[in-house]
Design a protein around this ligand. Structure first.
Ligand code: SAM
Length: 354
Protein backbone atom coordinates (compact mmCIF):
# COMPACT_ATOMS: atom_id res chain seq x y z
CA UNK A 1 0.00 0.00 0.00
CA UNK A 2 1.27 3.49 -0.73
CA UNK A 3 0.57 6.51 1.45
CA UNK A 4 -2.46 7.65 -0.54
CA UNK A 5 -3.98 4.17 -0.34
CA UNK A 6 -3.43 4.13 3.43
CA UNK A 7 -5.24 7.45 3.78
CA UNK A 8 -8.06 6.21 1.51
CA UNK A 9 -8.46 3.11 3.61
CA UNK A 10 -8.49 5.15 6.80
CA UNK A 11 -11.12 7.42 5.24
CA UNK A 12 -13.34 4.53 4.17
CA UNK A 13 -12.87 2.04 7.00
CA UNK A 14 -11.64 4.19 9.89
CA UNK A 15 -8.91 1.66 10.64
CA UNK A 16 -5.54 0.41 9.41
CA UNK A 17 -3.20 -2.35 10.53
CA UNK A 18 -0.57 -1.39 13.09
CA UNK A 19 2.11 -1.68 10.46
CA UNK A 20 0.34 0.61 7.99
CA UNK A 21 -0.43 3.18 10.67
CA UNK A 22 3.24 3.20 11.69
CA UNK A 23 4.32 3.66 8.09
CA UNK A 24 1.72 6.34 7.44
CA UNK A 25 3.22 8.30 10.30
CA UNK A 26 6.93 7.69 9.71
CA UNK A 27 6.86 8.13 5.93
CA UNK A 28 4.63 11.22 5.93
CA UNK A 29 5.51 14.18 3.73
CA UNK A 30 3.86 17.49 2.84
CA UNK A 31 1.83 16.03 -0.02
CA UNK A 32 0.44 13.20 2.16
CA UNK A 33 -0.43 15.71 4.84
CA UNK A 34 -2.45 17.88 2.46
CA UNK A 35 -4.28 14.80 1.13
CA UNK A 36 -5.00 13.62 4.69
CA UNK A 37 -6.30 17.04 5.77
CA UNK A 38 -8.66 17.27 2.76
CA UNK A 39 -10.18 13.93 3.71
CA UNK A 40 -10.32 14.91 7.39
CA UNK A 41 -12.21 18.12 6.53
CA UNK A 42 -14.77 16.08 4.60
CA UNK A 43 -15.48 13.97 7.71
CA UNK A 44 -15.38 16.98 10.04
CA UNK A 45 -17.86 18.95 7.92
CA UNK A 46 -20.11 15.92 7.44
CA UNK A 47 -20.69 15.74 11.21
CA UNK A 48 -20.09 19.27 12.46
CA UNK A 49 -20.45 21.55 9.43
CA UNK A 50 -18.16 24.51 9.94
CA UNK A 51 -19.00 24.80 13.61
CA UNK A 52 -16.30 25.16 16.23
CA UNK A 53 -17.31 24.52 19.83
CA UNK A 54 -15.97 26.50 22.74
CA UNK A 55 -15.13 25.33 26.23
CA UNK A 56 -14.35 27.84 28.96
CA UNK A 57 -11.41 26.54 30.95
CA UNK A 58 -11.10 27.42 34.64
CA UNK A 59 -7.76 26.28 36.01
CA UNK A 60 -8.84 26.46 39.63
CA UNK A 61 -5.80 25.09 41.47
CA UNK A 62 -2.10 24.69 40.73
CA UNK A 63 -1.44 22.45 43.75
CA UNK A 64 -0.72 18.85 42.88
CA UNK A 65 0.05 15.76 44.94
CA UNK A 66 1.56 14.03 41.89
CA UNK A 67 5.06 14.22 40.54
CA UNK A 68 4.79 13.58 36.79
CA UNK A 69 8.24 14.13 35.31
CA UNK A 70 7.00 16.39 32.50
CA UNK A 71 4.64 18.73 34.34
CA UNK A 72 5.44 22.13 35.85
CA UNK A 73 2.76 21.61 38.53
CA UNK A 74 4.54 18.50 39.94
CA UNK A 75 4.84 18.54 43.71
CA UNK A 76 8.65 18.57 43.66
CA UNK A 77 8.71 21.83 41.73
CA UNK A 78 9.39 24.13 44.66
CA UNK A 79 9.73 27.10 42.32
CA UNK A 80 6.09 26.92 41.18
CA UNK A 81 3.77 29.56 42.67
CA UNK A 82 0.72 27.82 43.95
CA UNK A 83 -2.85 29.10 44.21
CA UNK A 84 -6.31 27.72 44.64
CA UNK A 85 -9.56 29.50 43.96
CA UNK A 86 -12.44 29.53 46.43
CA UNK A 87 -15.87 28.22 45.50
CA UNK A 88 -17.06 31.84 45.15
CA UNK A 89 -14.19 32.71 42.79
CA UNK A 90 -14.87 29.63 40.66
CA UNK A 91 -18.57 30.47 40.46
CA UNK A 92 -17.78 34.06 39.50
CA UNK A 93 -15.55 32.84 36.63
CA UNK A 94 -18.24 30.41 35.49
CA UNK A 95 -20.87 33.16 35.53
CA UNK A 96 -18.62 35.48 33.60
CA UNK A 97 -18.11 32.68 31.05
CA UNK A 98 -21.85 32.20 30.79
CA UNK A 99 -22.33 35.92 30.10
CA UNK A 100 -19.71 35.68 27.37
CA UNK A 101 -21.68 32.87 25.73
CA UNK A 102 -19.90 29.75 27.01
CA UNK A 103 -22.16 26.77 27.62
CA UNK A 104 -19.43 24.38 28.71
CA UNK A 105 -17.25 25.04 31.70
CA UNK A 106 -14.15 22.89 32.25
CA UNK A 107 -12.88 22.80 35.82
CA UNK A 108 -9.25 21.71 35.70
CA UNK A 109 -6.59 21.49 38.40
CA UNK A 110 -3.66 19.57 39.74
CA UNK A 111 -4.65 16.85 42.20
CA UNK A 112 -5.29 19.23 45.09
CA UNK A 113 -6.37 17.41 48.24
CA UNK A 114 -7.47 20.57 49.99
CA UNK A 115 -10.85 20.34 48.23
CA UNK A 116 -12.91 17.56 49.80
CA UNK A 117 -15.21 15.38 47.71
CA UNK A 118 -18.07 17.40 49.16
CA UNK A 119 -16.41 20.66 48.08
CA UNK A 120 -16.12 19.45 44.48
CA UNK A 121 -19.70 18.14 44.50
CA UNK A 122 -20.90 21.47 45.89
CA UNK A 123 -19.04 23.49 43.23
CA UNK A 124 -20.45 21.33 40.43
CA UNK A 125 -23.96 21.43 41.88
CA UNK A 126 -23.87 25.18 42.38
CA UNK A 127 -22.77 25.83 38.77
CA UNK A 128 -25.54 23.55 37.48
CA UNK A 129 -28.12 25.25 39.69
CA UNK A 130 -27.08 28.73 38.59
CA UNK A 131 -26.65 27.82 34.90
CA UNK A 132 -28.70 24.72 34.05
CA UNK A 133 -28.01 25.14 30.31
CA UNK A 134 -24.26 24.73 30.87
CA UNK A 135 -22.33 21.48 30.72
CA UNK A 136 -19.76 20.99 33.47
CA UNK A 137 -16.58 19.09 32.72
CA UNK A 138 -14.20 17.98 35.46
CA UNK A 139 -10.50 17.41 34.84
CA UNK A 140 -9.02 16.77 38.25
CA UNK A 141 -7.15 13.53 37.84
CA UNK A 142 -7.26 9.94 39.04
CA UNK A 143 -9.96 9.19 41.61
CA UNK A 144 -12.03 6.24 42.79
CA UNK A 145 -15.22 4.97 41.16
CA UNK A 146 -17.18 6.27 44.16
CA UNK A 147 -15.75 9.79 43.84
CA UNK A 148 -16.49 9.92 40.13
CA UNK A 149 -20.04 8.67 40.78
CA UNK A 150 -20.57 11.24 43.50
CA UNK A 151 -19.68 14.13 41.19
CA UNK A 152 -21.71 12.70 38.34
CA UNK A 153 -24.70 12.61 40.67
CA UNK A 154 -23.97 16.23 41.61
CA UNK A 155 -24.37 17.14 37.94
CA UNK A 156 -20.98 16.79 36.23
CA UNK A 157 -21.52 15.92 32.58
CA UNK A 158 -18.03 15.21 31.29
CA UNK A 159 -14.56 14.26 32.48
CA UNK A 160 -11.22 14.86 30.81
CA UNK A 161 -8.38 12.54 31.73
CA UNK A 162 -5.73 12.16 29.09
CA UNK A 163 -4.34 8.64 29.04
CA UNK A 164 -0.92 10.24 28.12
CA UNK A 165 0.50 6.99 26.68
CA UNK A 166 -1.06 3.54 26.31
CA UNK A 167 2.20 1.66 26.76
CA UNK A 168 2.84 0.70 30.38
CA UNK A 169 6.64 0.81 30.00
CA UNK A 170 6.52 4.24 28.39
CA UNK A 171 4.07 5.35 31.09
CA UNK A 172 6.66 4.38 33.70
CA UNK A 173 9.32 6.52 32.01
CA UNK A 174 7.08 9.58 32.32
CA UNK A 175 5.71 9.06 35.83
CA UNK A 176 6.92 8.13 39.31
CA UNK A 177 6.37 4.59 40.59
CA UNK A 178 3.14 5.36 42.43
CA UNK A 179 1.35 6.18 39.18
CA UNK A 180 0.52 3.41 36.74
CA UNK A 181 -0.95 2.93 33.31
CA UNK A 182 -3.28 0.31 34.79
CA UNK A 183 -4.86 2.82 37.17
CA UNK A 184 -5.16 5.54 34.50
CA UNK A 185 -6.96 3.05 32.28
CA UNK A 186 -9.18 1.87 35.16
CA UNK A 187 -10.25 5.48 35.74
CA UNK A 188 -11.20 5.98 32.10
CA UNK A 189 -13.33 2.83 32.03
CA UNK A 190 -14.98 3.75 35.36
CA UNK A 191 -15.87 7.18 33.98
CA UNK A 192 -17.42 5.63 30.88
CA UNK A 193 -19.34 3.10 32.91
CA UNK A 194 -20.83 5.83 35.11
CA UNK A 195 -22.08 7.70 32.05
CA UNK A 196 -19.73 10.67 31.71
CA UNK A 197 -18.82 11.97 28.27
CA UNK A 198 -15.15 11.10 28.47
CA UNK A 199 -12.07 12.77 27.03
CA UNK A 200 -8.78 10.86 26.71
CA UNK A 201 -5.67 11.58 24.65
CA UNK A 202 -1.92 11.28 24.43
CA UNK A 203 0.98 13.67 24.75
CA UNK A 204 2.82 13.64 21.44
CA UNK A 205 6.61 13.77 21.16
CA UNK A 206 6.84 13.06 24.88
CA UNK A 207 10.33 11.93 25.90
CA UNK A 208 11.10 8.33 24.87
CA UNK A 209 7.95 8.08 22.71
CA UNK A 210 8.22 5.78 19.69
CA UNK A 211 5.96 5.50 16.66
CA UNK A 212 4.86 2.12 18.02
CA UNK A 213 3.70 3.90 21.19
CA UNK A 214 1.56 6.27 19.11
CA UNK A 215 0.05 3.34 17.20
CA UNK A 216 -0.73 1.71 20.56
CA UNK A 217 -2.45 4.96 21.61
CA UNK A 218 -4.64 4.83 18.52
CA UNK A 219 -5.58 1.20 19.12
CA UNK A 220 -6.33 1.95 22.76
CA UNK A 221 -8.55 4.87 21.76
CA UNK A 222 -10.43 2.58 19.35
CA UNK A 223 -11.08 0.24 22.23
CA UNK A 224 -12.09 2.97 24.70
CA UNK A 225 -14.19 5.00 22.23
CA UNK A 226 -13.97 8.32 24.12
CA UNK A 227 -16.19 11.27 23.21
CA UNK A 228 -13.24 13.65 23.07
CA UNK A 229 -9.56 13.17 22.24
CA UNK A 230 -7.21 15.88 23.47
CA UNK A 231 -3.71 15.70 22.13
CA UNK A 232 -0.85 18.13 21.88
CA UNK A 233 2.93 18.32 21.86
CA UNK A 234 5.08 17.84 24.95
CA UNK A 235 6.73 21.15 25.82
CA UNK A 236 9.63 21.15 28.27
CA UNK A 237 9.33 23.02 31.57
CA UNK A 238 12.55 24.44 32.99
CA UNK A 239 11.95 23.24 36.55
CA UNK A 240 11.18 19.58 35.84
CA UNK A 241 13.43 16.52 35.29
CA UNK A 242 12.61 16.79 31.57
CA UNK A 243 13.98 20.35 31.31
CA UNK A 244 16.60 19.33 28.71
CA UNK A 245 14.35 17.07 26.66
CA UNK A 246 13.43 18.43 23.24
CA UNK A 247 9.94 19.91 22.99
CA UNK A 248 7.65 18.66 20.26
CA UNK A 249 6.58 20.77 17.29
CA UNK A 250 3.19 21.40 15.70
CA UNK A 251 3.63 19.29 12.58
CA UNK A 252 3.19 15.82 14.09
CA UNK A 253 0.25 16.90 16.27
CA UNK A 254 -1.52 18.40 13.26
CA UNK A 255 -0.89 15.25 11.19
CA UNK A 256 -2.25 13.13 14.06
CA UNK A 257 -5.37 15.32 14.27
CA UNK A 258 -6.02 14.40 10.63
CA UNK A 259 -5.58 10.69 11.40
CA UNK A 260 -7.80 10.95 14.49
CA UNK A 261 -10.57 12.67 12.52
CA UNK A 262 -10.59 9.79 10.02
CA UNK A 263 -10.47 7.10 12.71
CA UNK A 264 -13.10 8.84 14.89
CA UNK A 265 -15.32 10.89 12.58
CA UNK A 266 -17.71 12.07 15.32
CA UNK A 267 -15.22 12.65 18.11
CA UNK A 268 -14.68 16.08 19.68
CA UNK A 269 -11.15 17.08 18.80
CA UNK A 270 -9.64 20.17 20.45
CA UNK A 271 -6.96 22.33 18.90
CA UNK A 272 -5.12 22.64 22.21
CA UNK A 273 -3.31 25.46 23.99
CA UNK A 274 -0.03 23.50 23.76
CA UNK A 275 -0.46 23.45 19.96
CA UNK A 276 -1.11 27.21 19.96
CA UNK A 277 1.93 27.72 22.18
CA UNK A 278 4.40 25.84 20.00
CA UNK A 279 3.07 27.39 16.77
CA UNK A 280 1.33 30.80 16.61
CA UNK A 281 -1.03 29.44 13.93
CA UNK A 282 -1.20 25.95 15.42
CA UNK A 283 -4.86 26.09 16.38
CA UNK A 284 -6.00 27.32 12.95
CA UNK A 285 -3.92 24.60 11.28
CA UNK A 286 -5.41 22.09 13.71
CA UNK A 287 -8.96 23.10 12.71
CA UNK A 288 -8.03 22.75 9.04
CA UNK A 289 -6.80 19.22 9.84
CA UNK A 290 -10.06 18.17 11.51
CA UNK A 291 -10.15 19.71 15.00
CA UNK A 292 -13.48 21.24 16.08
CA UNK A 293 -13.06 22.50 19.66
CA UNK A 294 -11.12 25.32 21.27
CA UNK A 295 -10.76 25.96 24.97
CA UNK A 296 -10.21 29.63 25.86
CA UNK A 297 -9.05 30.37 29.37
CA UNK A 298 -11.56 31.79 31.86
CA UNK A 299 -9.29 31.76 34.91
CA UNK A 300 -8.76 35.14 36.59
CA UNK A 301 -5.82 36.95 34.98
CA UNK A 302 -4.24 37.27 38.44
CA UNK A 303 -3.57 33.50 38.56
CA UNK A 304 -3.12 32.69 34.86
CA UNK A 305 0.64 32.96 34.96
CA UNK A 306 0.78 30.42 37.77
CA UNK A 307 -0.82 27.44 36.01
CA UNK A 308 2.32 26.65 34.09
CA UNK A 309 2.47 23.08 32.86
CA UNK A 310 5.22 23.98 30.40
CA UNK A 311 7.34 26.97 29.39
CA UNK A 312 5.98 29.77 27.20
CA UNK A 313 2.24 29.06 27.68
CA UNK A 314 0.14 31.53 25.67
CA UNK A 315 -2.76 33.79 26.74
CA UNK A 316 -1.51 34.16 30.30
CA UNK A 317 -2.19 37.90 30.34
CA UNK A 318 -5.37 38.09 28.33
CA UNK A 319 -8.86 38.73 29.72
CA UNK A 320 -11.45 36.06 28.90
CA UNK A 321 -13.53 38.51 26.88
CA UNK A 322 -10.50 39.53 24.83
CA UNK A 323 -9.50 35.97 24.12
CA UNK A 324 -12.95 34.99 22.90
CA UNK A 325 -13.09 37.95 20.50
CA UNK A 326 -9.64 37.12 19.16
CA UNK A 327 -10.38 33.40 18.83
CA UNK A 328 -13.66 34.12 17.03
CA UNK A 329 -11.87 36.34 14.52
CA UNK A 330 -9.18 33.74 13.94
CA UNK A 331 -11.72 30.96 13.44
CA UNK A 332 -13.70 33.11 10.99
CA UNK A 333 -10.56 34.01 9.06
CA UNK A 334 -10.24 30.35 8.00
CA UNK A 335 -13.90 29.94 7.05
CA UNK A 336 -15.30 28.38 10.23
CA UNK A 337 -17.61 29.83 12.89
CA UNK A 338 -17.68 29.72 16.65
CA UNK A 339 -21.03 28.51 17.94
CA UNK A 340 -22.65 29.06 21.29
CA UNK A 341 -24.07 25.94 22.87
CA UNK A 342 -22.96 22.97 24.93
CA UNK A 343 -21.33 21.28 21.96
CA UNK A 344 -22.05 17.73 23.05
CA UNK A 345 -20.61 14.82 21.14
CA UNK A 346 -23.11 13.68 18.47
CA UNK A 347 -25.56 10.93 19.50
CA UNK A 348 -24.95 11.16 23.24
CA UNK A 349 -27.71 11.19 25.75
CA UNK A 350 -27.55 14.36 27.81
CA UNK A 351 -27.10 13.75 31.51
CA UNK A 352 -30.24 14.64 33.47
CA UNK A 353 -29.83 15.23 37.18
CA UNK A 354 -32.43 13.32 39.15
N1 SAM B 1 -4.35 16.68 37.05
C1 SAM B 1 -5.23 16.40 35.96
C2 SAM B 1 -4.78 15.18 35.20
O1 SAM B 1 -3.80 14.55 35.58
O2 SAM B 1 -5.45 14.82 34.25
C3 SAM B 1 -5.43 17.58 35.03
C4 SAM B 1 -4.34 18.57 34.90
S1 SAM B 1 -2.95 18.03 33.95
C5 SAM B 1 -1.81 19.32 34.27
C6 SAM B 1 -3.52 18.32 32.29
C7 SAM B 1 -2.69 17.81 31.15
O3 SAM B 1 -1.56 18.66 30.94
C8 SAM B 1 -2.06 16.46 31.30
O4 SAM B 1 -2.98 15.46 31.00
C9 SAM B 1 -0.88 16.50 30.33
O5 SAM B 1 -1.16 15.82 29.13
C10 SAM B 1 -0.70 18.00 30.06
N2 SAM B 1 0.69 18.41 30.32
C11 SAM B 1 1.32 18.45 31.51
N3 SAM B 1 2.60 18.83 31.36
C12 SAM B 1 2.79 19.03 30.03
C13 SAM B 1 3.92 19.41 29.23
N4 SAM B 1 5.10 19.64 29.78
N5 SAM B 1 3.75 19.53 27.90
C14 SAM B 1 2.55 19.30 27.35
N6 SAM B 1 1.45 18.92 28.04
C15 SAM B 1 1.57 18.79 29.37
Amino acid sequence: MNQKERIDQLFEKGMLSREDLARLITERNEEDSQYLFEKARIRQQEHFGRDIYLRGLIEFSSYCRNDCFYCGLRRSNTKASRYHLTKEEILACAKQGHELGFRTIVLQSGEDLSYSDDDIADIVYSIKQAMPDTAVTLSIGEKTYEQYLRWYNAGADRYLLRHETADSEHYRLLHPRELSWENRKRCLYDLKKIGYQVGAGMMLEAPYQTVENIVEDLYFLKELQPHMIGTGPFIAHKDTPFRDMPSGGSELTIFMLGILRLMFPKVLLPATTALGTIDPHGREKGILAGANVIMPNLSPVSVRGKYLLYDGKISTGEEAAESIVRMTERVESIGYRVVQGRGDAPDVQIHQIT
